[in-house]
Write a protein that binds this ligand. Structure first.
Ligand code: NAI
Length: 241
């Protein structure tokens, strides 16, 4: 799947990995990039950086009507929907139920809303692509919190479900599973002690968002289900399998 001439939506695109993907998709020649984020000013700045082939939308991905509205773009129907926004929060057994629910809404239900929003029209047009940003934390034991790891594992399971049930109708799904990327989330994780610097250092290479975006473009072109920007995660998962 090549991004050239495609209409792409990226959520969580005001910063970090989402911003890097939006910029990279534009550089690859996407027909239009919808830069969607809760942080409207950040989304507008990224869309400006891209130019006329981008538009900024304020969205809270935990709201189904707001995610559904992303399917209507000024560039035409969506070819590739990157459900990328995600949050950390809670800690271990002491994480309150509301925190589990908050993470579930953003890290899991947002992918369900995205699939509901775009799959029917993609099927009607003969196919389409979903890229869901999950995390290595959903696959292997990583430093971090229980609600984060559990919601990311659920997000991977949901993507597998969609891939199996819609493959015959032309829907391709990939899950992006990074581990340790220099973004606001990593900083927040260290500041709020969801992570320790030692655990992060021990978990392997720390990548920059453009490295992740490059792995995404390569993974989409190869139509891989798992996209592992960190080689040690791919090694670990393959050994475990
Ligand atoms: P980030 O915190 O730098 O950027 C996340 C963006 O999502 C922000 O612009 C934020 O405003 C937006 N966002 C948060 N809640 C939202 C909501 N309810 N609706 C719409 N937008 C919302 O984070 P980063 O690192 O770029 O994370 C992107 C994805 O990558 C997340 O799903 C995260 O879980 C995943 N990830 C990140 C890793 C890392 O080390 N940075 C490692 C593994 C996965």
């Amino acid at each position: 799947m090549r991004v050239r001439d495609k209409v792409v939506v990226v959520t969580g695109a005001a910063a970090g990995i989402g911003r890097a993907m939006a910029l990279r998709f534009a550089a690859e020649g996407a027909a239009g990039v919808v830069v969607a984020d809760l942080d409207e000013a950040g989304a507008v700045a990224v869309a400006k950086e891209i130019g006329e082939r981008a538009t900024a939308v304020r969205v809270d991905v935990s709201s189904e009507p707001e995610v559904a509205a992303l399917a209507e773009t000024p560039f035409g129907p969506v070819d590739l929907f990157c459900s990328n926004a995600g949050i950390i929060g809670g800690h271990g057994l002491d994480a309150p139920d509301q925190e589990w629910s908050r993470l579930y809404a953003v890290n899991v239900l947002a992918h369900v809303y995205a699939a509901r929003a775009v799959i029917p029209s993609m099927v009607a047009r003969g196919g389409g692509y979903l890229l869901n940003t999950c995390s290595a934390a959903g696959l292997i034991s990583c430093p971090g919190d229980a609600p984060y790891a559990v919601t990311k594992a659920a997000a991977i399971a949901f993507a597998e479900w969609v891939a199996i049930h819609y493959a015959s109708r032309g829907i391709k799904v990939s899950v992006l599973c990074p581990q340790g990327v220099r973004t606001g989330m990593l900083e927040q994780g260290l500041e709020e002690e969801h992570l320790t610097a030692r655990a992060v250092a021990a978990s392997g290479t720390i990548l920059d968002p453009p490295d992740v975006a490059a792995a995404v473009v390569e993974g989409l072109e190869a139509e891989r289900f798992h996209i592992f920007p960190h080689p040690e995660v791919a090694d670990f998962v393959h050994r475990k399998a």
